[in-house]
Design a protein around this ligand. Structure first.
Ligand SMILES: Cc1cc2nc3c(=O)[nH]c(=O)nc-3n(C[C@H](O)[C@H](O)[C@H](O)COP(=O)(O)OP(=O)(O)OC[C@H]3O[C@@H](n4cnc5c(N)ncnc54)[C@H](O)[C@@H]3O)c2cc1C
Length: 391
């Protein structure tokens, strides 16, 4: 019997378990509760065990896409990944994530920007589909914290007692509001793998509260740019949302992981119009209503009109206060286990045979749009397919 153990039952871990089982069509999977000893057939079984520290599998998945689960993206991936982007793109192209998701019974629906959601628009439905596969394929799910993974001759020993021939580390990152001690990093560094600097990504940016007084809850369509000493580091159009002392929304989330000390957010409220066009519109309006605040109220949200002056309409500068340590509101972790020491074809460690990694624990993070789950699924599919292969 071959024992494959997966640590973490998120998108990466569950897809790895299912994909390992799919890679073994000729191998009999033990029925629930049945052990290899009971069969008396040595080598006939692939036994797959998945550990997770939570009381149920896929806990983070349930909160993705505001409960709708933006599960993948069929658009261009060339600018979608940070960290080891080349590794991520190779993995995405090697695993047909759409085919895998359909094969477990999900019907997929495309929305703007290539974003793919389950047709049911329910993250819970995605978790159910994965869970039913784990159950149907006889995968053993153990809801226990894994505290140690060590190598012992040709096998691995988990929590000093559970033995495995191969191990997939799919423990996710530090992002999200779930309590997470991010042990996957220490398991992999214990095997000699390098970990790059970890930082929150896809999150809000903190700003001086006095710069956005009274704007809590206001939404604004604009182009948001990240400026460093007047140089544009990143810019994107979309809706931003003001908080008490922070700004969020997709363009801001996408630039959040690039923020450094003394950077500034520049907001263009009319990116499709030149400054001259805007001035001309305002001058015409001013002829009817010679009150600049009233003219501004005709153009922008009245609460923003109260705190900005006309020159700021296309260049409203707000100093950012970097947020390098608050992972609680982040959707993903920038940085992680260096991908250079893993094969992007198999996800196997180049240092330790039989050791694999998948998902957010690796040094890959995507922009908003389903790219992070797509990487978690794709890397899980490859890791499972290769670790589960009968040798
Ligand atoms: C609020 C929110 C919304 C998001 N929305 C989207 C979205 O719509 N689209 C998108 O693409 N991405 C989204 N993301 C990001 C995406 O959810 C993650 O990148 C992805 O889930 C990572 O999958 P993973 O399997 O690598 O890790 P996880 O989903 O974090 O799974 C890791 C699992 O490992 C378990 N684990 C960790 N350590 C141990 C241990 N020592 N012992 C036992 N178990 C352990 C954890 O309990 C966890 O269940 C969102 C993230 C958040 C926080």
């Amino acid at each position: 019997m071959s024992n494959l153990t997966i640590i973490g039952a998120g998108a990466a871990g569950m897809s790895a378990a299912i994909s390992a089982s799919m890679a073994n069509p000729d191998m009999r999977i033990p029925a629930r509760g049945q052990r290899s000893r009971e069969s008396g057939e040595r080598g006939a079984f692939l036994h797959i065990t998945v550990f997770d520290q939570h009381v149920r599998v896929g806990k983070k998945l349930a909160r993705t896409g505001n409960g709708r689960c933006n599960i993948m993206n069929v658009g261009d991936i060339s600018g979608a990944y940070r960290g080891d982007a080349a590794f991520a793109q190779h993995v995405i192209r090697s695993a047909d994530t759409g085919a895998f998701l359909r094969s477990i019974g999900l019907v997929l629906a495309e929305e703007n920007g290539g974003r793919i959601y389950p047709a049911s628009k329910r993250a819970g439905g995605v978790i159910d589909a994965l869970r039913f596969q784990l159950e149907g394929r006889g995968v053993e799910v153990r809801l226990e914290v894994v505290e140690s993974v060590v190598r012992n001759d040709d096998s691995f020993v988990i929590n000093n007692s559970h033995k495995a021939d191969k191990v997939i580390i799919a423990t996710g990152g530090k992002a999200g509001i779930l309590p997470c001690d991010a042990t996957g990093y220490s398991f992999l560094s214990g095997f000699g793998h390098a970990i790059t600097r970890l930082a929150p990504a896809l999150t809000h940016v903190n700003v001086q509260p006095m710069c956005i007084t009274g704007l809590k809850g206001v939404r604004l369509d604009c182009e948001a740019s990240l400026l460093r000493k007047d140089m544009v580091i990143y810019k994107e159009e979309g809706e931003i949302i003001f908080g008490d002392s922070s700004i969020s929304g997709i363009p801001v989330m996408n630039l959040s992981r690039l923020v450094e000390d003394e950077d500034t957010l520049a907001i263009d409220m009319f990116p499709r119009h030149t400054a001259e066009e805007l001035t001309s519109v305002m001058q015409s309006a001013f002829e009817y209503v010679p009150d600049i605040e009233k003219v501004l109220c005709g153009l922008i949200h009245p609460r923003i009109a109260k705190i900005v002056h006309p020159p700021s309409l296309k260049n409203w500068r707000i100093p950012i206060m970097p947020n390098k340590h608050d992972f609680t509101r982040a959707q993903v972790t920038a940085g992680g286990v260096s991908c250079a020491e893993f094969s992007p074809d198999t996800m196997e460690s180049r240092r330790v045979r039989g050791l694999y990694a998948a998902g957010e624990v690796l040094d890959v993070d995507g922009i908003c749009g389903g790219f992070n789950l797509m990487f978690a699924f794709a890397s899980g599919i490859l890791a499972g397919r290769n670790a589960g292969r009968h040798e």
